[in-house]
Design a protein around this ligand. Structure first.
Ligand code: UDP
Ligand code: MG
Length: 325
């Protein structure tokens, strides 16, 4: 059997501190995989520079000149981890038999890539890397992440628990993924939807090896919220139910206050009246806000903007032109 061509896609945003180490570790691993005839010698590591402001691209570019395993894809601007990852997957898909995505910061144990490949040889088209524990995460990140998974599950979205974007996908799976045209593509929700044969591999998540997290709390919350609203309309239904309940309640209270009025006790109604005004006003604002969220999504989707713009793609350049980079 011919060994499969593997491409490891690594999105990078301001990763100059950790990148040299990442390059050397990944290339070491790739060489071992090639030696063990697990993957083809044409396998590559594709670094996607997501519009970094530091020397990330220079590092990738220089390495690409002297290292046959390293290729670079430079995006014209910062489009975020998910879109940078997609850019890499789609650039690599024609020339690869399978693609593994991994973060640049070496938080994911690269040794399990070998297990990914073994599963691929067994016929799995998608292999999910799943963290055994979250000992290295802060208590806050751990509990919010757990809440997020629970919530998604209750909304009927099938996420692989404790799986981030460390996974293997076959060429076919990536080609199918490319048919999902929505602008806001939430990979962790979409990939299980593809329905191909899949398996999981467990690993220990380590500390970030160098540099700062590129996911501050604000981005994390936005990511979670996007995940929920692009997969489910349950929040809208929930608001509708609350609206109905409060409407019925207001009818009941209205009857009650009218009765009080006929009995001549009008001044006692003030407190409850002002409270319900605030209550209903608040509910309405929540409802409008939520609806606005979905309208905003529709607005974004109807524009059909490209998810990313490629500046330089050394992966798909014909060989003689690669040195021009
Ligand atoms: N990243 C990216 N674009 C961004 C933010 C992050 O490509 O706008 C990359 C980053 O370089 C890293 C990966 O996404 O390889 C995950 O980011 P990070 O490790 O900072 O997130 P965390 O592990 O803290 O959730
Ligand atoms: Mg990280």
């Amino acid at each position: 059997m011919m060994e499969p061509v593997l491409t490891i896609v690594v999105p990078c945003y301001n990763e100059e501190e950790v990148l040299p180490e990442t390059i050397s570790q990944l290339q070491q691993l790739l060489k071992e995989l090639i030696n063990d005839t697990l993957v083809s010698k044409h396998s590559k590591i594709l670094f996607v520079d997501d519009g970094s402001k530091d020397h990330t691209w220079e590092i990738i570019y220089k390495e690409g000149l002297r290292n046959e395993f390293v290729r670079g894809l430079k995006l014209a601007g910062n489009v975020g981890h998910q879109n940078a990852l997609l850019a890499g997957l789609f650039a690599a898909k024609e020339l690869s038999d399978c693609i593994i995505s991994i973060d640049a910061d070496l938080q994911d144990d690269i040794q399990v890539i070998r297990e990914f490949i073994l599963k691929f040889h067994e016929g799995c088209e998608i292999v999910y890397g799943v963290r055994k524990g979250r000992a290295t995460d802060t208590f806050f990140k751990r509990s919010t992440a757990q809440g997020f998974y629970k919530m998604m599950k209750s909304l009927g979205v099938n996420l692989v628990y404790n799986h981030a974007d460390f996974r293997l996908m076959s060429k076919r799976a990536v080609q199918e993924l490319a048919r999902f045209k929505e602008v806001n593509l939430f990979l962790r929700g979409i990939v299980p939807l593809l329905g191909f044969r899949s398996d999981v591999v467990y690993y220990d998540r380590l500390e970030r090896q160098a540099g700062q997290t590129k996911y501050p709390l604000k981005k994390m919350l936005a990511f979670a919220f996007d995940g929920i609203t692009s997969f489910s309309i349950s929040p809208i239904r929930f608001v509708l139910v609350i609206g109905l309940v409060s409407f019925i309640m207001s009818l009941v209270f209205g009857g009650y206050f009218l009765t009080l009025k006929f009995l001549g006790n009008t001044e006692t109604g003030w407190t409850s009246l002002i409270t319900s005004i605030w209550l209903i006003g608040g509910l309405q604002l929540i409802a409008i806000g939520l609806i606005g969220e979905y309208v905003g999504k529709i607005y974004k989707e109807t524009k059909q903007r490209p998810k990313y713009i490629v500046d330089i793609d050394s992966f798909n350049l014909p060989v003689p032109r690669r040195h021009l980079l």
